[in-house]
Design a binder for this molecule. Structure first.
Ligand code: AMP
Length: 186
């Protein structure tokens, strides 16, 4: 089984991804985590990504598509994968279709978590205080939400037409939300 976990920033993709990958033995591919690790390590990818990530903008499509291509090739040897934070643009979604065809990826489910904007802001502000994530400050959060609406929301329509998307309520306790996601995969 392969999953794409989709949804706005702060909706809990990372938390739910950790539960789902543990439950199903999937490889967790979080582009945000990969970029943050690259920034911390000061690698060439990190240097390229730093300003985009810290300001809440998107890393250029060609960079992120190349990165995901590399990681997915390894992940297909695994039981399956969960993509968290990718694709974030229609361009990325199209490139992913090409990669899936090349790698023979099937059994794909697309799950979307949603929650009201005020709840997303509240969660991200809290995460920023707890984790020190540089992009979890109120101003950058608002920018990321705008980027989501403008560039990432259209990915939902792309998949609605092409593959179908299961929308899941992202409000509730972590356990409740995991149970809802698992129900959809049963
Ligand atoms: P996340 O941890 O998924 O919220 O991602 C944090 C930041 O990493 C985003 O705000 C972007 O700057 C960058 N990023 C993560 N995934 C992508 C992607 N698929 N395309 C472009 N930028 C990305």
């Amino acid at each position: 089984m392969n999953l794409i976990l989709f949804g706005p920033p702060g909706v809990g993709k990372g938390t739910q991804a950790a539960h789902l990958t543990a439950k199903y033995g999937l490889r967790h591919i979080s582009t945000g985590d990969i970029l943050r690790a690259a920034i911390a390590a000061g690698s060439p990818l990190g240097k390229l990504a730093k300003q985009h990530v810290e300001s809440g903008g998107l890393v250029p499509d060609d960079v992120i598509i190349g990165l995901v291509g590399e990681v997915l090739k390894e992940a297909t040897e695994h039981k399956g994968f969960l993509l968290d934070g990718f694709p974030r643009t229609v361009e990325q979604a199209k490139a992913l279709e090409v990669l899936f065809a090349e790698l023979g990826v099937g059994n794909l489910h697309i799950l979307m978590l949603e929650a009201p904007e005020e709840e997303l802001i509240k969660r991200m502000v809290k995460r920023g205080l707890e984790s020190g994530r540089k992009d979890d400050t109120e101003e950058t959060i608002r920018h990321r939400l705008n980027v989501y609406l403008e560039q990432t929301q259209p990915v939902k329509a792309f998949y609605d037409e092409k593959r179908g998307v299961t929308v899941v309520d992202g409000l509730g306790t972590v356990e409740e939300i995991t149970a809802r996601l698992v129900d959809q995969l049963a």
